[in-house]
Design a protein around this ligand. Structure first.
Ligand code: AMP
Length: 459
């Protein structure tokens, strides 16, 4: 071990992490604690509840995993069948997989068992794993509700509970499941709740579940990472694919995540990009777990340049080196913008976020600007161009802001003139934004006990 490593080890050791855990932490490349880890680990080790206002990317997984693992290791390996000592509840399957990977990495060398309980994959394997009892269970609320109801897992011995991305669980209609699950855990449990935003429902949830929590706030609500260059390109909905294709002709867009508002929209954008010759894959809630994981793996290993995603499916995706985020549609919920663009500019890297905005989406754009407390510069305007289906290319009206009552663009950023590509015409009709689907990705489940499961699937 180098002297440098010895010095850096001090960081986590100072926070109270020791032995095999400290070694694994360093092995995972976590040399210097992140601010959220500095603030959350010591009080969590002391037994305090934590209320964390932080986004994915802040390092919160290790902030809650390290103290829990530390306590589990100290207790030794005494697992009872069908129980879980710690439970981490998350909104999406991808986030669950990611957290389990981190927990396993950090627990390397220690005898700590982990299990995943999530929808979209066979439950038999999950039930078999739970039968032996696990130390750390990472679960999405829907499938866990089923397994608790069937008594495949009993939570009465769960003494550590983490609710991660609580605001997203609320958005997805999981809040009652979350409350029921929390109620089924040990009454003297220690709880940590993390949320990127703090709407009043989450404040209320936190008040109900946490006892005199230590509040850890990493970035003020709605703040976007300083490293991300953000801009807006005005384009009518039916021009957006052409504009996007033109942008993608720029090789600097090496690894791009494109957000659409609806699953249907995501499928169409993907299909059209593929027809235009781009390597694109799609990830959303109607895709099987295997297809989602395949798309993610391809994006991670670089064989897929463009990942098209809906908000919920993309939640928590942590792929290093995403160079650009393109918002093909403005999100229905302004807060989602912060999560979307947070996929780039991670770990101090720089990133670029471009939002394609139809004039009809101006109100949504203003809502985003209110959340991030800044005006986004408009760096391109295609809205004065003729219908791309029926006319040849026209130059972009650069630097103009076509939004009503808005000032001219504040700064010139990336300029991505729309470019007509062969085979484009087929694509235009596909871009009506999928409005028919509207905003109802989930059906809420009926209230009461661990009753009959309704179809509330993670997108
Ligand atoms: P999270 O917010 O937990 O999803 O973490 C975001 C990213 O930061 C992940 O890729 C982690 O592997 C990484 N990370 C977390 N803590 C540290 C640390 N102390 N040093 C370096 N990387 C970290």
């Amino acid at each position: 071990m180098t002297e440098e490593n010895n010095v850096k080890l001090e960081g986590f050791a100072k926070l109270g992490i020791s032995g095999a855990l400290l070694k694994a932490t360093l092995g995972a490349g976590f040399t210097q604690p992140k601010p959220i880890q500095e603030q959350a680990i010591p009080p969590f080790l002391e037994g305090r509840d934590i209320l964390g206002v932080a986004q994915t990317g802040s390092g919160k997984t290790a902030a809650f995993s390290l103290p829990i693992l530390s306590k589990i290791i100290a207790l030794g390996t005494k697992r009872r069948p069908r129980t879980a000592r710690a439970l981490v509840l998350v909104p999406t399957r991808e986030l669950a997989v990611q957290i389990e990977e981190t927990v396993r990495l950090l627990a390397k060398g220690a005898h700590v068992s982990t299990a995943l309980v999530l929808g979209g994959v066979s439950r038999n394997t999950q039930v078999r794993k739970l039968a032996q009892g696990v130390d750390v269970l990472i679960a999405t609320p829907g499938r866990l509700t089923d397994l608790v109801r069937e008594k495949d897992v009993v939570l009465s011995e769960t003494t550590w509970l983490v609710l991660d991305e609580a605001d997203r669980m609320l958005d997805m209609g999981f809040i009652n499941d979350v409350k029921r699950i929390a109620k089924a855990t040990h009454p003297a449990r220690q709880t940590a709740l993390f949320s990127a935003t703090m709407p009043k429902e989450i404040e209320a949830l936190a008040n109900g579940l946490l006892r005199e929590p230590v509040r850890v706030e990493i970035a003020p609500q709605g703040t976007t990472a300083a490293e991300i260059t953000q801009s807006v390109v005005m384009a009518r909905t039916k021009q957006k694919l052409q504009v996007l294709s033109g942008m993608l002709a720029n090789a600097a867009m090496r690894s791009v995540i494109v957000f659409t508002r609806t699953k249907h929209g995501a499928d169409r954008v993907t299909r059209d990009l593929q027809r235009d010759g781009f390597e694109a894959a799609v990830i959303h809630g109607n895709k099987s777990q295997n297809a989602r994981q395949r798309a993610l793996n391809g994006f991670r290993d670089g064989s897929v340049r463009i990942l098209v995603a809906t908000d919920i499916a993309a939640r928590g995706i942590d792929v290093p080196g995403i160079s650009h985020v393109v918002n093909f549609d403005l999100p229905d919920e302004a807060e989602s913008y912060v999560h979307r663009i947070g996929r780039t500019g991670r770990n101090g890297a720089s990133g670029i976020a471009v939002t394609l905005c139809d004039p009809a989406e101006s109100a949504k754009l203003r809502a985003v600007e209110r959340v991030i407390r800044m005006r986004l510069p408009v760096t391109g305007d295609h809205t004065s161009e003729a219908d791309p289906v029926h006319s040849a290319r026209t130059p972009a009206a650069e630097g103009q802001d076509n939004r009503p009552t808005r000032e001219p663009a504040q700064k010139a950023g990336q300029q991505h003139p729309g470019r007509r590509k062969p085979g484009f015409a087929h694509a235009t009709a596909a871009n009506d934004g999928g409005r028919k689907e509207g905003k109802k990705p989930f059906r809420r489940r009926k209230r009461g006990g661990f009753g009959r499961r309704q179809a509330a699937k993670a997108a």
